[in-house]
Design a protein around this ligand. Structure first.
Ligand code: GLA
Length: 499
């Protein structure tokens, strides 16, 4: 009897045990210090020696296109179409241990495996949502904001996921005490990682780092500053937090209620639902939503310059649009981005600007000559000036670069005409920006790693020989003879305002 029961139990259990393969929906992830759980889902189907299915990891959603092994040890390679029609792949290595999956990726093939524990999740949990119907295209009226390029500060370059209420308040205080506000830097922009989730009514919530966004906005406003925020049209932001997908009008109303003055809207997770060609309609949807929310909110498009955004950014109500991928705090990154902006110039103007990404000035990866080049080039480009350093702790030399009012005046020139490359010879370039009142800003850049002397031929630049000039870094008027030739430091710049 005893034996029979045992064998019966065995018979009942055996098929399940044999079927204990990888098939199922697996979820990994535990709450971070901000209280938010960003889950990774593996929706797997094992069919003998073949594993298929999907991997959803933050902003990414992959189809499994290759696999090796089985429950005792396997690899799966996921593939997806990235923004710009490029394939992106990821490879996970895992094994089944009892009823948990130990699974991870490597940053590089030779890097250690970053393992997670995934547990069985109900079927359908984490399933990627469907596309939303896209509106017909129309022109979103100009919101009247950003008549000159926005100036302020953004949290991402220095703080990334570490931004919180206290650091934003600290930055607002420092914006005032350092003199930055009075030099024109008005927006304090919170980038990704403020998001919590959604309440029962679907309202977006903040996470533990931001206990009361409205109170924070009140604090920032009381200092004569404005507050910016960040989201994505996709289900997830770039850092994998809650996106605005399906809640466009609702989120715009929430931000308006909180007192938000600026929105950076980052493509990221939206790439899994829409093609690059559909970006315009997706961005238009938020342009309309902001308008309907009834508060003046600067609208910043962040889709890395795909789909010729400069041609339609203003049509969707955008006040600025990123023209490139992310900047890093190196001369190489800054120069690669900055000197590639020439062809976008005709599309900028009052209310709608090209955005070659935020400033890295003061973050430590470039020397002062290079940071002066960064500031000069961005000003010639009529680019938004969004400082990305810690303003609470700014060396005098960095403050002098960010607060050079003569350079800021070039950036903020009310004619709003973006400058262009006027001359180039090897690693030396001259860029010219037309200014209100007939003057011009002239920047002589030396991209070489050693100082160089550049002879300036005004006829070749297509402008009359100036009757007067001022050196905007030396803060000194120049004799006309001094504009014939100039020696520029390695990776440096001479920036003049000429009459
Ligand atoms: C993208 C953007 C960055 C920043 C991060 C935040 O990479 O381009 O500027 O907003 O997302 O996750």
């Amino acid at each position: 009897m005893h034996i029979r029961t045992f064998s019966l139990a065995f018979l009942l259990l055996a098929p399940a045990a044999l079927a204990a393969d990888l098939t199922g929906n697996w979820a990994a992830g535990s709450p971070g210090a901000d209280g938010v759980t960003r889950k990774t889902y593996f929706d797997l189907k094992q069919d003998g020696a073949r594993i298929t299915g999907h991997i959803r990891a933050g902003q990414f959603y992959y189809s499994i296109k290759e696999s090796t092994g089985g429950a005792e040890g396997f690899t799966i390679t996921g593939s997806m179409m990235d923004t710009g029609h490029k394939e992106r792949t990821v490879k996970y290595e895992g094994r089944l241990e009892g009823d948990t999956l130990r699974i991870g990726t490597r940053r590089r093939p030779d890097a250690p495996l970053a393992e997670m524990t995934a547990r069985r999740a109900p079927a359908g949990e984490g399933a990627y949502p469907a596309r939303l119907p896209l509106p017909a295209l129309h022109k979103v009226p100009d919101n009247g904001l950003a008549r000159t390029p926005p100036m302020g500060w953004n949290s991402w370059n220095k703080f990334a996921g570490r931004v919180d209420d206290a650091s934003v308040r600290g930055m607002a205080d420092a914006m005032v005490s350092s003199g930055m506000r009075d030099a024109g830097y008005i927006y304090i922009n919170i980038d990704d990682t403020w998001e919590g989730g959604r309440d029962a009514q679907g309202n977006i919530t903040t996470n533990k780092k931001f206990p009361d966004m409205k109170a924070l906005a009140d604090y920032v406003h009381a200092k004569g500053l404005k507050l910016g925020i960040y989201s994505s049209p996709g289900p997830n932001t770039c850092a994998g937090y809650e996106g605005t997908y399906g809640h466009e009008e609702q989120d715009a109303r929430t931000w308006a209620r909180w007192g938000i003055d600026y929105l950076k809207y980052d493509w990221c997770g939206a790439r899994n639902l829409y093609t690059d060609e559909e970006m315009q309609a997706v961005y238009q949807k938020m342009g309309d939503a902001l308008r309907a929310a009834g508060r003046p909110i600067v609208y910043s498009l962040c889709q890395y310059g795909f789909a010729d955004v400069w041609k339609w950014g203003a049509e969707v109500g955008g006040n600025l649009w990123r023209t490139t991928g992310d900047i890093r705090d190196t001369y190489d990154s800054m120069e690669k981005i900055g000197f590639a902006q020439d062809e976008h110039a005709p599309f900028a103007g009052p209310g709608h600007w090209n955005d070659p990404d935020m400033l890295e000035i003061g973050n430590g990866g470039m020397n002062e000559d290079e940071y002066r080049t960064h500031m000069s080039l961005w000003s010639i480009l009529a680019a938004p000036l969004l400082a990305g350093n810690d303003l609470r702790d700014m060396p005098a030399a960095i403050a002098a670069i960010l607060m050079n009012r003569e350079v800021i005046a070039v950036d903020q020139d009310r004619l709003g005409k973006e400058g262009r490359r006027a001359w180039q010879s090897g690693e030396q370039e001259i860029w010219v920006r037309e200014l209100a009142g007939g003057g011009r800003a002239v920047a002589v850049f030396n991209r070489a790693a050693a100082p160089a002397t550049v002879a300036v031929n005004w006829a070749e630049l297509g402008i009359p020989k100036p009757s007067g000039a001022r050196d905007l870094w030396a803060h000194r008027d120049l004799g006309t003879g001094e504009t014939q030739s100039v020696t520029v430091a390695a990776h440096g710049v001479a920036l003049w305002r000429v009459k």
